[in-house]
Design a protein around this ligand. Structure first.
Ligand SMILES: Nc1ncnc2c1ncn2[C@@H]1O[C@H](COP(=O)(O)OP(=O)(O)O)[C@@H](O)[C@H]1O
Ligand SMILES: [Mg+2]
Length: 448
């Protein structure tokens, strides 16, 4: 399989923050200013005190958050103090998806390579990757490092404690605070090399997988002004389709804070791409399109989820939605565009990859995949929901799931293989989606 991959890739610098380190940071900021910012959170980082406020606030509550860095000075401080001591991981939805596909046997993976490509290259597995982009030479004298994209991930564990001006803070729950320095991905940057290469070679490709639209949110936090960037990427997808109408394109959504933005991007892409993937929260955010109460969706009620997906597909003309939750995966597709067995087998491959990844923090060799999940069971909740949905869609059992019809669409549901104690949860969604798409392309090609 040859696959085009756009758009976002970055480096994650993962650092476990201790009570001592927080105490060190507390000494470097003004007490009054800090307390003010803890009380009235800025939600973004323009100075060191903002960073410390974010860390303290979220460690106190045990909640996760991601704040954007708008200061070169803070970025340089973080890089100097933490980068060397961090575990450097591949991040960004596209980066993770490209890596999964390459590892799982894609013959060629073409990436929109932005940022520090040399470091990214070292983190990619398999030798079949075309990096369509060029490293921008670094200039230490400039405060803005054009090719430096680092997401500083501060992991904290429950029980970690520190003294906040006389009050002891004890972290109640493990979580992470992310300080992100990244203009390139939030602007959905497409490298000229990727633009040229992809258009020139599109007819040799078997598919394309795209993500990163939700990153626009960070660049345009009020939810307006992003349309130009979106349209630039969208027109690239349309160009590929014009040149090669049979190219399957899958778009994976991500977390949108603005409902308007999510709805307009979903609707915009529906007439162009072949499938859109998402989790239950992302589906809940599309209420305007389906009208199904979000609490039923977030409770992972399979019937409500299916109803919402069917409405989204019907109102926009989209050919397929692939929905994943912790407990089950569902494919809702227009008849004639795929077959139940193809959907089921590709989802089965996806859930096996996710379970294997969750269990060990890495993907096994493809030949070892089945063995590596043999000890894990299907989600019981997923099986319950599958049975419930079966009645509604007059579904037949197929492989380990159920397939049926609802209105004029076909519906397949498969309980996930669950790892109760995951080693890592970062990138699981990208793993499940890209592995499912890779297998789908393989099965599709066999039928062509
Ligand atoms: N413990 C687990 N074992 C196996 N699969 C899991 C587990 N937890 C999550 N998954 C899979 O990973 C997916 C997470 O996707 P998502 O919510 O989009 O997160 P993200 O994109 O941030 O990684 C779930 O829908 C499920 O398919
Ligand atoms: Mg996701």
């Amino acid at each position: 399989m040859k696959v085009l991959c756009g758009y976002n890739v970055n480096l994650d610098a993962v650092y476990t923050i201790t009570g001592e380190e927080i105490s060190y940071l507390l000494k470097r900021v003004d007490k009054e200013e800090l307390l003010e910012k803890i009380h009235d959170a800025p939600g973004e980082i323009r100075s060191l005190v903002d960073l410390v406020a974010g860390l303290v606030l979220h460690m106190q509550k045990g909640t996760g958050a991601e704040w954007f860095i708008y200061s070169g000075d803070v970025f340089h401080f973080l890089k100097r103090r933490y980068y060397e001591k961090s575990e450097i991981r591949l991040g960004g939805n596209m980066g993770i998806m490209a890596n999964v596909m390459s590892h799982m046997g894609a013959d060629q993976v073409v990436m929109n390579a932005v940022g520090d490509i040399e470091t990214i290259k070292l983190l990619m597995s398999g030798g079949n990757i075309v990096f369509s982009g060029e490293s921008v030479p670094q200039d230490a004298s400039t405060s803005k490092d054009a090719n430096e994209i680092i997401h500083f991930v501060f992991d904290f564990s429950s029980g970690t404690s520190f003294d906040l001006f006389g009050t002891e803070v004890i972290v109640a729950r493990e979580n992470r605070f992310i300080a992100t320095y990244d203009d390139i991905n939030t602007e959905l940057t497409i490298t000229p090399e990727f633009e040229e290469y992809s258009l020139e070679h599109v007819t040799e490709m078997d598919g394309a997988i795209i993500s990163g639209f939700n990153q626009l949110q960070k660049c345009y936090p009020d939810g307006s002004g992003y349309t130009e960037r979106f349209e630039k990427a969208h027109s690239q997808l349309k160009e590929w389709k014009e040149r090669y109408p049979d190219l399957p394109i899958h778009v994976e959504l991500g977390h949108f804070m603005s409902m308007d933005m999510g709805v307009s991007i979903f609707t915009g892409l529906s007439g162009t791409v072949d499938s859109i993937g998402m989790n239950e929260d992302e589906l809940a955010m599309l209420t305007e399109l389906h009208g199904v109460p979000s609490d039923m969706i977030q409770k992972m009620d399979a019937c409500s989820i299916m109803d919402a997906c069917v409405r989204c597909a019907s109102s926009t003309g989209l050919k397929k939605i692939i929905l994943h939750t912790r407990d089950f995966m569902m494919s809702i597709f227009r008849k004639g565009t795929s077959s139940p067995i193809r959907e089921m087998q590709s989802m089965q491959f996806g859930v096996m990859c996710a379970a294997a990844f969750a269990a060990s923090g890495k993907l096994p060799e493809r030949s070892q995949l089945e063995d590596s999940v043999r000890g894990l069971a299907r989600s019981e909740e997923g099986m319950k929901q599958t049975t419930k949905l079966q009645d509604l869609i007059a579904g037949e059992e197929l492989e380990s799931g159920v397939c049926g019809e609802y209105r004029d669409l076909s519906v397949c549901i498969l309980p996930t293989i669950i790892c109760e104690k995951p080693v890592s949860t970062v990138g699981l969604g990208d793993t499940v989606s890209s592995a499912t798409f890779l297998r789908w392309l393989e099965l599709y090609n066999v039928c062509q």
